[in-house]
Design a binder for this molecule. Sequence first.
Ligand code: CVU
Length: 555
Amino acid sequence: MAPVTPQEIVLVASGDLRLAANQNCWAAQQAMEAQLSAALARQGYSVRRAHPYDPAKQHGFIDSQKMGMDVFRGIDPHQPLIVAESVWQYSHHVLAGLTTHQGPILTVANWSGQWPGLVGMLNLNGCLTKAGVTYSTLWSEDFTDEFFEAGLRQWLREGHVAQDASHVKSFAAATIPSADEQTGRAFARRLRQHKAIMGVFDEGCMGMYNAIVPDELLHPTGVFKERLSQATLYASMRTVTDADAQQVLDWLLAKGLKFSWGTDEATQLTRAQTLEQCKMYIAAVRLAAEFGCDTIGIQYQQGLKDLTVASDLVEGLLNNADRPPVYSAAGQELYAGKALPHFNEVDECAGLDALLTYRLWEELGLPGETTLHDLRWGELYDTGEGEEFVWLFLISGAAPPAHFVGGYQGASSERQPPMYFRLGGGSLKGVSRPGSIVWSRVYVMDGKLHCDLGVGEAVALPAAETERRWQATTPEWPIMHAVLRGVNRNQMMARHKANHIQVVYAPYEAKAHQACRIKAAALAELGVEVHFCGDVIGTTPAAAKAKHQLLSLPG
Ligand SMILES: C[C@H](O)[C@@H](O)[C@@H](O)C(=O)CO
């Protein structure tokens, strides 16, 4: 074990499991670590990487759980430790070591959209939160800004970074209009009593420990898992006829969806890949119906990706009420006229949220198409009402055409990046239309289910700015330009306990606030600890409400 020097910080970097991704993204990690090391040097500290660059693999990431355990065996458990991330990473590579590390832990990401490094760090934060590991977290554009430097200084001196959580208000300590509370609670009681099935096609995706909801926490909500296998999905795809797949494709073409088809299977989307995705779509709906699932999630990134095309187009279609019809063997249309909420990357926290949201919105008479996105990046932008922080929500799959400007006609399917998906498959890409949204995130903390939720706005940006943002991230994926009400960038980053964020539209702003309140009440009725984040109108803190009642009492 390496000896501890007081002025030395140990650094680890977790990576992808996929060699191609680790090699492609290594340069960005090196650049980030150089800036981070310089920031530490300015404060009188040196950095020791706990694992070297591997010339054979051509990257310096921890790329498996086994390697992570080996690396941590060589780290003094009392030493201050930084997990530095500028790429998408699998949290389980380092989770084992971090659960027993006793020195201060700091997770750091570079404020860049190029690779999903912020997303990777947020996932790790969610995993550490669920595992009950104490950590601090920071991010920076160039590691010289005051926010970062002050935070780093505090961590070096005190072993933790204090963050601003003044935007968070507990539902239990707030009062909402009683009609909203009753609507939400009555809906939730029915959901719990009726019960629902969450179909899970292989549990656990890319080390996302935070995305697995323990059954004991899920059951009290009325939702029960049906554990399915991607092998079953693949086998079922093989039973779908070419003619049925062609009908799905014809339906999509008639709707105006554009496919960026080429001929090179290795780098381009091909018609054959799309037809394979159409088979997967039909197979997924049929299996969901066979097992009576109310929502499904396909793991896809590992296992399935080595066998067949990516499931992203499929996921976006499932999340849309207007989608190609799928029939049972007896000729009956399955889930006719309805979405079958799909949770990307089998993120079960998102699955519970999606099911509840879709059903609740339906009951409120609102279109309930919902999806998760990655909290990928963001920048200030002058939307016409002054500079606002506009988040870039982006996801490989699952966004429904109902969210896009122009619906299907505004959507396209583009090949998934070969470094993630060797066998291809298309995305379902579009720009989310301007409008009010309710955002949320269910997560596990202290052995309980929690949910943060708030209100925001999907904003329209000029086409050139949308394109710039796409080129700065992953241009093949669907995008939402989001402004969150009453939550600034740093508050959001410090608080959010996941790589994913759930979004659903409301027809106008006041309705978004009301629907958010009702959803909060529904979640609370299911036993979830609910927290309003930012400005949600109509949520009076209990103390202020009591004071108000006192003041209005007759003399
Ligand atoms: C393709 C990549 O693995 C992505 O799926 C990843 O960045 C995520 O979306 C993580 O939520």
